[in-house]
Design a protein around this ligand. Structure first.
Ligand code: FAD
Length: 352
């Protein structure tokens, strides 16, 4: 007996995989999302999205849910030197006519909103604890094998597979595409906190300096530091690993408290929610689709977080891909190496 056939299998239930599932599901397609881990990923990652991504959430029918867990920016994003002088000022506070501005949030809460939305859809199934271990492509479909705790191995078929399976993407390896790597590798300790008060987020002793904005970067060679919102009720600090420090010595709650103390933060006025060391990179895959396999999100591209655009770029992939795949699945377009063609005729060379 042939395994069940679906329109699309999405590999990975990070924010991008869930967004692809939601957008294709809203267009009536039969989608299965396979996620390796039984529980959502709980460690700190993205904290900011821009107005364009707000509109993407709106197109997913999730405006109220996303606004309920995010906080809009009310001033500029600044990069300052160690003396507090502004080096770069980005007007993040601008009121956009679309009703969305730059907003801060906590990624696990956003992923919960997206997961609840897809779980409520009868034509989208989210299977957690399902690791994709094999992909076999034929002319007509793709056979996907995954392992699960219940059945040792299961196979399903799909007309297309979208790899939203993150930086070490299995789908990308299966496609055999190479990465362009800018060679940018730096370790940073990311610390999420819940302060008990609404403080001024300048380091102590900056009394003569212009007040710092809500979100800013301290470009101090002695310890480059990110100081931003982590969504309603949260603050995020990110501390660069210095030459001579090890990852292990940095990835320690005692070290997190030592670094926070320089900002006037102690267990008396702040809860330490999470901490983790990340190596930031700048890489992209040199092809994003091959045959019936397609990449989106971190599987296709990764960037350092200082502009807050990693997940946003993945959300743009989801928005772009979903209307094009809709055309293909409904016979009004076809997939080619150079993109999705407008018509169903493979000789029609108009690319949309
Ligand atoms: C410290 C930090 C701060 C950041 N800040 C921002 C920010 O402010 N704004 C922003 O836009 N971005 C930010 N980013 C980037 C953002 O977090 C990522 O771009 C985003 O999580 C990528 O989403 P994704 O869905 O593509 O991949 P992921 O979130 O990595 O999800 C991939 C999923 O695929 C699953 N998977 C992998 N292999 C398989 C398999 N074989 N079978 C089944 N499932 C599999 C994984 O378990 C995972 O759940 C930040 C990143 C970091 C580390």
């Amino acid at each position: 007996m042939q395994p069940e056939l679906h329109d699309v299998v999405v590999v990975g239930a990070g924010p991008v995989g869930l967004a692809v599932g939601r957008l294709l599901g809203l267009q009536g397609h039969d989608v299965v999302i396979l996620e390796r881990w039984p529980e959502p990923y709980g460690l700190p990652r993205a904290v900011v999205f821009d107005d364009e991504i707000g509109r993407a959430f709106q197109s997913m029918g999730l405006s109220d849910e996303v606004k309920a867990i995010s906080e809009p920016v009310h001033d500029s994003y600044e990069w300052r030197n160690a003396q507090g002088r502004t080096l770069v000022k980005i007007p993040w506070e601008l009121d956009r006519p679309c009703g969305w501005g730059t907003s801060f949030f906590s990624q696990p809460e956003l992923e919960q909103v997206l997961a609840d939305a897809v779980t409520a859809m009868p034509n989208v199934r989210l299977r957690r604890g399902a690791e994709v271990v094999q992909i076999h492509e034929t002319d007509d479909d793709v056979l996907v094998t995954y392992t699960s705790a219940v059945t040792k191995q299961r196979r399903i078929r799909a007309r297309y597979v979208v790899g939203c399976d993150g930086a070490n993407s299995f789908v990308r390896q299966r496609m055999g595409v190479s990465m362009v790597d800018r060679g940018f590798f730096f370790d940073w300790l990311v610390v999420d906190t819940k302060p008990h008060d609404e403080a001024d987020w300048a380091p102590p002793g900056w009394d003569d300096v212009d007040p710092v904005p809500q979100n800013w970067q301290m470009c101090d060679p002695a310890r480059p530091t990110t100081v931003v919102s982590g969504g309603p009720g949260r603050r995020r600090w990110e501390f660069m690993r210095l030459p001579g420090e090890t990852r292990d010595s940095l990835n320690d709650p005692a070290k997190a408290w030592e670094l926070l103390a320089a900002w006037g933060r102690t267990p008396e006025n702040t809860d330490l929610e999470r901490h983790a060391v990340y190596t930031f990179g700048a890489r992209w895959a040199d092809a994003w689709n091959k045959g019936r396999l397609i990449l989106a999100g971190d599987a296709a591209h990764q960037m350092p977080p200082f502009a807050g655009q990693g997940m946003c770029s993945g959300m743009r992939d989801a928005a772009n891909l979903s209307w094009k795949l809709d055309r293909v699945l409904s016979g009004r377009g076809c997939v080619h190496q150079d993109g999705v063609r407008a018509g169903s005729d493979p000789d029609d060379r108009r690319v949309v």
